[in-house]
Write a protein that binds this ligand. Structure first.
Ligand code: TEU
Length: 537
């Protein structure tokens, strides 16, 4: 009998290496730090680790600016150590996913350095998008596109040509119409699969292909000059053939408003899974959450792919801070200095959201520090490193507030991040209160809740699929009071989340497995909390 594919219902832990744990005491997280904390990850109960880029990089965008896809940044370790880490994790039953950044390279990548040294029109320049500018003297950017980090995505070089970078100037976009670009990335995939990785997250997966004319963009232009172009599917079909040889999987960062277009990437000959972030972007509202869940399941069902559920990642506001803000009108990604938050409320909702996301059918991604209930940190302006900060003239604090070095032990300098060296980003006052060591012995902590939930998710038959179903099984909504979400998983587990504003009745006669907060004395489920029950089959 064939075993169910592991990735359909895996719990995958996202490691932002620079901020996870510092093994060599220089204030920057590294592979030695991760290796030392593998027992923690085993105890947490995750199936796989996804490492954000760990390659050689000048860190102009936290490592999403890669100078060499086959080398580990010396700040993090070296290749031999990465191989050891992959093997050690594998021995502990934990798989490794890496992050491939195909849309762009670092301006310190040898290809780009060669392109700069070469003349306009040279084969070296052809690997990128170099163009003449507009205006009488070529002094204007070649088109009207806007960078993800604000302003024009074009930078002019000494000889007067401009190069395209959808992100920071230190991230020149590759020309995916060039066969050498395809060849190189296929080699890089093989390189890492050969080293034992089980899967690959594909960064900005819908942006690689560009209209070769690089025309101006106008709202409604179809096809879009650089989003979700048909050429991408051919690229991912070649990638899939490589992955299949190693039993490797893909998770694409493919966020498209059109669910049919999204689903086109999820095919037996393309990507296994993808992120759509509708769940992450959803405010704390029962009706909206239910629609986000239903829409996500509905877009995956026809193509037979499992959904992925994400509450937080290295690009967005930490969950407790997000949910502690007014449920109406917040933008999950846009960050504003000093936006007030109610951390007590946010933490209650984040605990409930943890039980909700871990009960949904599909794979779940857990961003480091979420299991500690870390809030978004306010980073002093002069310490911000994220290029996103430059968008809108520095009024946006960027994404560093969710990338602060983790607190491991309350009584050590830097909250136990690794040494007495100052962590690369400042930890806010009170960070030690979130330390993993204190939480691990506290039955009421966020860490204990995550451990319990992940343990049940692995072992509880209520999560299991029925015969003939895919590994992740099914979800059926149960009748419930307004503002209460209640659903049943294939083999009986029931999840109830109360967003009604007042205590709610639990379905009768079911054994309670886990709650995100104590029940009311009357046996009611408090507002903004969740429960898992063992239902009848
Ligand atoms: O993000 C891609 C992406 O679409 C981002 O612009 C995202 O919309 C933004 O961070 C707001 O949430 C990926 C990585 O996750 C991000 O960290 C990188 O900066 C980016 O690619 C460039 O590689």
């Amino acid at each position: 009998e064939a075993t169910a594919p592991w990735w359909r219902d895996a719990a995958i832990y996202q490691i932002y290496v620079r901020s996870f744990a510092d093994g060599d005491g220089d204030g920057t997280g590294d592979l030695a730090g991760v290796r030392a904390r593998l027992p923690y990850l085993v105890e947490l109960g995750v199936d796989a680790l996804w490492f954000t880029p760990w390659y050689l990089s000048p860190l102009a965008d936290g490592g999403y600016d890669v100078a060499d896809y086959r080398a580990i940044d010396p700040a993090f370790g070296n290749l031999a150590e990465a191989e050891k880490l992959i093997a050690e994790a594998r021995d502990l039953g934990i798989r490794t996913l890496i992050d491939i950044v195909p849309n762009h390279v670092s301006d310190r990548h040898s290809w780009f350095e060669a392109a700069l040294a070469a003349a306009p029109g040279s084969p070296e320049r052809d690997l990128f998008h170099f163009r003449e500018g507009r205006g009488d003297h070529g002094e204007l950017p070649p088109n009207n596109w806007v960078s993800e980090f604000g302003g024009t995505p074009w930078t002019r070089v000494d000889d007067g040509q401009w190069y395209l970078h959808l992100f920071a100037p230190g991230q020149p976009d590759l020309n995916w119409a060039h066969p050498a670009v395809r060849q190189e990335h296929e080699d890089v995939l093989r390189f890492w699969f050969e080293r034992g990785v089980a899967g690959v997250r594909i960064d900005s997966a819908a942006l690689l292909a560009k209209d070769p004319a690089l025309p101006d963009f106008a709202e409604g232009t179809d096809p879009h000059p650089y989003v979700d172009r048909d050429e991408l599917h051919d690229i991912y079909r070649s990638w899939r053939a490589i992955a299949d040889r190693y039993d490797g999987i893909f998770v694409g960062e493919v966020w498209l408003p059109d669910s049919e277009r999204f689903a086109r990437y999820l095919r037996p000959d393309e990507l296994h899974t993808a992120f759509n972030f509708n769940f992450l972007a959803c405010p704390w509202d029962a009706g909206l959450l239910r629609s986000a869940i239903d829409d996500t399941l509905a877009e995956h069902a026809p193509v037979g792919a499992p959904a992925t559920w994400v509450l937080c990642n290295h690009d967005v506001t930490r969950t407790v801070t997000r949910y502690g803000r007014e449920a109406t009108g917040f933008d999950f990604a846009a960050k504003v200095f000093g936006t007030p938050t109610d951390l007590e409320l946010g933490t209650r909702r984040a605990r409930a959201a943890a039980l909700l996301s871990l009960a949904l059918p599909g794979a779940v991604y857990l961003y480091q520090g979420e299991e500690l209930g870390l809030p978004e940190a306010d980073i002093p302006r002069d310490r911000i490193q994220d290029p996103m900060h430059l968008r809108s003239g520095g009024t946006d604090p960027g994404r560093d507030g969710c990338r602060v070095p983790l607190p491991w032990s309350a009584d050590e300098p830097g909250a136990g991040f690794g040494s007495s060296a100052e962590p690369w980003l400042p930890q806010p006052a009170g960070w030690s209160a979130y330390a993993a060591d204190g939480q691990s012995t506290d039955p009421g902590s966020m860490l204990t809740l995550y451990r319990e939930a992940l343990r049940l998710r692995r072992g509880e038959p209520g999560f299991a699929a029925a015969p003939g179903e895919t590994a992740e099984g099914r979800l059926d909504w149960l009748p419930s009071a307004p503002g209460v979400l209640a659903f049943r998983r294939t083999h009986g587990l029931i999840c109830v989340v109360n967003l009604s504003g007042s205590p709610a009745q639990l379905p009768g006669h079911d054994e309670i497995l886990l709650t995100s907060a104590p029940l009311e004395p009357s046996g009611l489920l408090p507002d903004d909390t969740a429960a898992w029950l063992r239902g009848t089959r």
